[in-house]
Design a protein around this ligand. Structure first.
Ligand code: SAH
Length: 220
């Protein structure tokens, strides 16, 4: 699945990545599939070289256009909530950004779709991913608040930007047992929220306070 990732990566980054995974474990991440997927993806390849030495700190990092790659803990936490111990066949990510989370997802989910509203950022991300030769990840330019009707329904949907209200299209595109993980709220009042669909009903629970960039309207 991931032919290109081994190339050109020194021992140093392998070791720092293992240490990062140990920190995630200590912080309470339990899903071994998520931990090993994170261990397998060199996060430093997803940020500019000037800040690559900070790639294994537990912090968000700038990726241009005013956007940020989420901190490793929050990526791990959201993926753990999304998977909830089950196997997901098809997942939609809203907010591709630099592609890091999409690539981590592609290691544990059969089919991953990711939508990004910023065309230039997506172009940069596409060329980065090209070298990694990932065959089960599809990137789309568009407004992720509308989901991706042509590929729906999804076993899981994960949103990497905060929505003032949960977009109805995302709820509608969940498969019968599907789960949506999304930060809900504005500025510094955001709650990581999980919505589970069962028997045509949606059950919502909040998990913890988070801080994400806003889910915006319109593409550019
Ligand atoms: N998962 C990303 C995190 C990116 S930050 C990573 O691993 O790097 C959130 C991203 O959501 C930004 O790139 C932003 O441009 C994008 N975004 C914001 N509103 C959006 C929308 N309505 N549709 C699609 N993407 C959106």
């Amino acid at each position: 699945m991931m032919n290109g990732l081994g190339a050109g990566i020194g021992m140093t980054s392998d070791r720092t990545r293992s240490r990062m995974v140990e920190r995630l474990r200590a912080a309470g991440i339990r899903d071994e599939r998520v931990l090993s997927a994170i261990e397998g993806v060199p996060r430093h390849l997803f940020v500019d070289e000037a800040i690559a030495n900070r790639a294994y700190e537990d912090s968000a990092l700038p990726i241009g256009w005013g956007q940020f790659i989420s901190a490793p803990y929050i990526v791990a936490r959201m993926m753990e909530l999304l998977c909830a111990g089950t196997h997901l066949r098809k997942v939609l990510e809203v907010g591709t950004g630099c592609g890091y989370q999409a690539v981590v997802l592609s290691r544990i989910v059969q089919e991953v779709y990711s939508v990004e509203r910023l065309g230039q950022l997506l172009t940069k991300t596409r060329s980065r991913l090209w070298n990694l030769k990932i065959t089960n990840l599809r990137l789309k330019h568009g407004d992720g608040r509308l989901g991706l009707p042509e590929a729906a329904p999804f076993d899981g949907i994960i949103v990497a930007a905060a929505a003032p209200v949960i977009p109805q299209a995302l709820l509608d595109q969940l498969s019968p047992e599907g789960r949506l993980v999304i930060p809900v709220g504005q500025d510094n009042h955001q709650q990581l929220t999980v919505v589970e669909r069962r028997d045509g009903e949606w059950t919502t629970s909040t998990v913890e306070a988070v801080r994400f960039v806003p889910l915006l309207e319109e593409t550019s």
